[in-house]
Design a protein around this ligand. Sequence first.
Ligand SMILES: NC(=O)c1ccc[n+]([C@@H]2O[C@H](COP(=O)([O-])OP(=O)(O)OC[C@H]3O[C@@H](n4cnc5c(N)ncnc54)[C@H](OP(=O)(O)O)[C@@H]3O)[C@@H](O)[C@H]2O)c1
Length: 447
Amino acid sequence: MRAARWEVVVPQSGHSNIGSIEITNAEPNAAAAIAGAFAQTGMIASIVTSPSGAAPYVLFTEALAEGSVTSRHWSALSAARQARKSGASLVFLQQASATSGLEGLSRTLRREWPECQSICWSLIDAVPAENLISWLGNTSEDLWLSADGLARRAVLGELVSPRPIASSPQGLWLVTGGARGVTASCAIEFARHAGGTFILAGRSAETAWPEGVPETSDLKALRGLMATSAVKRGEKPSPAAIDKAARAAIAGLEIRATLADIRTAGGQAVYMPMDTSNAASVEAVLAVIQSKYGAITGLVHGAGIIADRLVEEKTEDELARVFAPKAEGLFHLLSRLDLSALRHVGLFSSASAFFGNRGQSDYAMANAILANAGRALAADLPQARVKVFDWGPWEGGMVDATLASHFKEQGVPLIPLAEGARIFAHELLAGDPSDVELIVGTVWSEE
Ligand SMILES: NC(=O)c1ccc[n+]([C@@H]2O[C@H](COP(=O)([O-])OP(=O)(O)OC[C@H]3O[C@@H](n4cnc5c(N)ncnc54)[C@H](OP(=O)(O)O)[C@@H]3O)[C@@H](O)[C@H]2O)c1
């Protein structure tokens, strides 16, 4: 496991004579300012609706325009798709902020479109357009540019070692996605060390186990058992209805098992159905928690889904579905929580945010947003330990048997459940607060 670090990059002297650039007009004011600055150096800067291929570089202003988090990132992705055939190098501009994650797109494009240079420049504060000029043609990296002329890049820092957990905070913890999947394993391990009350939240209902059916977590076997049981009762449910009921039963089983394990580990545990992608659902559940238990002191955001597909085929609906529980969900939570009461924040991100990943442009962007939001929170909340975990693939959760064998073929080690949970608990309870974004590729002992 390593922490993300920032390294200052020094521009080469002078700017490259690249002749001409195209700038998308999604954010007209920014496009005009950049075009003006470039024109002053004698370059031809054209503001375009869609890149024509006439210039070797395209600067995208889609993410600088007004719009929801999801729509800004979708606009940038679809604009990139239109520009691919132009053969130009692509430079995505975004404000460096808690709601930006376009570096997830540029990092993924470098994997999916190796023939096409794609980079992302994150603008810290009001970076004068002139500051961009010295970098064009002089870098192939994602940069964070600040108004004082400095540029930084994200690099992997030194190895992070576990620290002993000294205190037991006994807080009120809200764990989204915490009843099922890998976040559940983390919540149980965490309860062992932290104690307190754990509110686990997910979309599933705590469905009771179907009467007369033996308990199993094997979906295929359960479908068969439920079909046989229905026939015995003289019913003829459709295969789709049986599948839905079996999945709901397994979800209920998993929820009850996690609650029981947290109690055994020494914590109080409650399950509350909540859809993080739905602002009203988040608001309603937070109101209940506030009135019954008081202020939440620890937020763990593990809710997330994947909808993998290459950028060329990615749909707006898929991107929205991936952004909704994770990125939009985080903002639904943060805008309704009493942030001053928070002492711990743990965000479940992915290594795809840091490295990009084929087929995961939307997921990489949503997770990069989590990393940026985590950094912003750490700066705003000095009383809280904020950790963003850029997990590599786990031995569980959304990594099913097919994905696991794919990783095995590629020689990518999977994070064992117990090891990942241990890393999570130690870092969130005792890790160095200045290590906010952690890239967890494998177990500590192997690094
Ligand atoms: N497993 C890995 O290898 C891996 C690697 C990197 C990062 N991660 C991250 O770790 C987190 C957990 O992943 P996982 O592997 O455990 O996935 P998983 O098995 O698919 O579990 C996802 C969890 O999120 C919950 N969830 C999904 N959408 C939700 C929504 N709209 N509102 C509330 N809860 C929601 C699910 O509960 P319900 O279905 O009941 O809603 C479930 O508890 C995710 O954020 C994922 O991106 C996982």
